[in-house]
Design a protein. Structure first.
Length: 493
């Protein structure tokens, strides 16, 4: 009993909190076991034999889209800034509709296991390899930032060293996803999204009950401080939150993230038909936007709460505001629920999509042709472990960096995502023929986007939100220039 009390004083967590976390993590392994025990081939491991229900696909997609970056990365925006981040979702909603009716039919037409197989059918193998390689770079770095964000929050709540927390997430993710495959990811994603809503709703309710004046008082205080501003109609190209820049970033960023990123599109490919996949993607608009608004609202309520309670200490780093509030203010039970949400958000990692792209796009065609499915399934599970270690290394490297985690993830993603989106749009919107020219266009545009990012970070007059737009337009234009019309359009002379 004395040891238990001492441990509670160190971590701030009670037995009930640990019980909630234990049940949540145990649920992952139970689902993984029952969904993965009968897998015999990579079609089942990567696509779940396309038997996923629409509602499961919707909630699982949202769990992957939201991730730990929303759970711990968005409250600091509401706390330190305002609601202008929500402008992004206007463009994002439009992008989902475009993807549903332009991208998804093409992927189902070619019966793709990974979306980069479309590039092979449309252009050639070299474009497929380049697309897959760009996905590895984009997803590894962006997901490494996400893993760092979650580990930072959990390390504060649990009182663990950051390295131990990263290791904890890595081991659980590798075991759970390595055995269960995409079916485990899909069904646990449903469980995760429900947990995100429960945890966020519980924290928001607690704050409202402990803010003087309740919702009306919180609204007045936040409004007076300019925390409820949604639209920014300025013209400053350095500001990523002006509405026209946010809308463009929402369209281009979401098209790149949802339409050309195997991590999210893999979820949509587990649906049986193209029509079901389209319904799922459109339904995510109505599931993801309220969840994002909920956690942005938590950040605003935290601002009001601490303004009304100035004697309470604030964390030195605003990125830790939710975890700091959780461990120092929330009662037992709610602490465990928030901790479970953060842990679950972190475990929904890209390991399955990275493995599927490596095995399907690289290993099977280039390194080991003609092997049996048992071999490819074994390699798939080994690659999950290898990518898990890579993500852990990137997350640890992020610990030496600084700046808002959410913005850092967007910046890293923008350098290569524009190249991917540009080449997909070239294949979907034109009939131009190219292959090696596409590779050159993607490399040049990534270098251009990286240069733009460097200049924007050193005072040049453009915001980082333009990076993905520049990369997309550059890849499309250069790819067009280096390509040729299809043979039936070339004149005999």
């Amino acid at each position: 009993m004395n040891e238990t009390a001492a441990f509670e004083r160190i971590t701030g967590l009670a037995g009930l909190d640990y019980a909630i976390l234990a049940v949540a993590v145990a649920a992952l392994f139970v689902i993984s076991y029952f969904k993965g025990r009968e897998e015999t081939d990579t079609k089942d491991y990567f696509l779940g034999n396309r038997k996923t229900p629409v509602w499961v696909g919707t909630l699982s997609f949202v769990a992957t889209e939201i991730s730990a970056m929303t759970i711990v990365g968005i409250p600091p925006i509401g706390f330190t800034e305002n609601w202008q981040y929500m402008q992004f979702f206007i463009g994002s909603a439009a992008a989902r509709i475009l993807i549903a009716f332009f991208f998804i039919p093409a992927f189902y037409k070619f019966n793709c296991t990974t979306i980069y197989e479309f590039l092979k059918h449309r252009f050639g193998a070299e474009t497929q390899y380049a697309g897959s390689a760009f996905f590895f770079v984009t997803r590894l770095f962006a997901s490494g930032v996400r893993l760092y964000a979650a580990s930072l929050a959990v390390s504060v709540i649990m009182g663990w060293p950051l390295a131990h927390t990263i290791g904890f997430f890595t081991v659980i993710s590798v075991i759970f996803i390595g055995f269960g495959g995409i079916k485990a990811v899909m069904w646990t994603g449903t469980f995760e999204t429900i947990t995100f809503y429960l945890a966020g709703g519980a924290v928001a309710a607690y704050l409202l009950f402990h803010i003087n004046g309740g919702l009306a008082g919180a609204w007045q205080t936040a409004s007076d401080a300019g925390k409820l501003s949604i639209f920014n109609f300025g013209w400053d190209m350095k500001n990523p939150n002006v509405i026209w820049a946010a809308l463009l970033n929402g369209v281009f960023g979401s098209m790149a993230s949802f339409g050309t990123d195997q991590e999210l599109m893999q979820r949509l490919l587990t649906l049986e038909t193209r029509r079901e996949s389209q319904k799922t993607l459109i339904a995510t608009i109505f599931a993801a936007v309220p969840l994002t608004a909920l956690y942005l609202g938590i950040g605003t309520l935290l601002f009001v709460f601490y303004k009304q309670n100035p004697a309470l200490a604030l964390p030195a780093n605003a990125d830790k505001i939710l975890s700091h509030f959780t461990i120092n203010v929330l009662p037992a039970g709610l602490k465990g629920l928030v901790l479970a949400a953060i842990v679950l958000a972190s475990i929904d990692s890209p390991l399955s999509s990275l493995s599927s792209s490596f095995v399907t796009d690289i290993y099977r065609p280039l390194l080991k042709k003609g092997a049996d499915e048992r071999h490819y399934l074994m390699v798939s599970r080994i690659s999950v472990a290898c990518f898990g270690l890579l993500l852990a290394g990137i997350a640890w490297a992020c610990a030496a960096g600084s700046g808002r985690m959410l913005w850092l993830a967007f910046k890293v993603n923008g350098v290569t995502a524009g190249s991917l989106l540009g080449v997909f749009l070239l294949g979907l919107l034109t009939r131009r023929v190219s292959n090696l020219g596409n590779v050159a266009a993607m490399l040049f545009s990534a270098a251009l986007a990286g240069t733009t990012l460097y200049l924007s970070e050193h005072g040049w007059g453009i915001g980082w939100s333009w990076i993905i737009v520049i990369g997309t337009v550059s890849t499309f234009a250069l790819g067009w220039f280096l390509s040729r019309p299809p043979s039936d359009e070339v004149s005999p002379g």
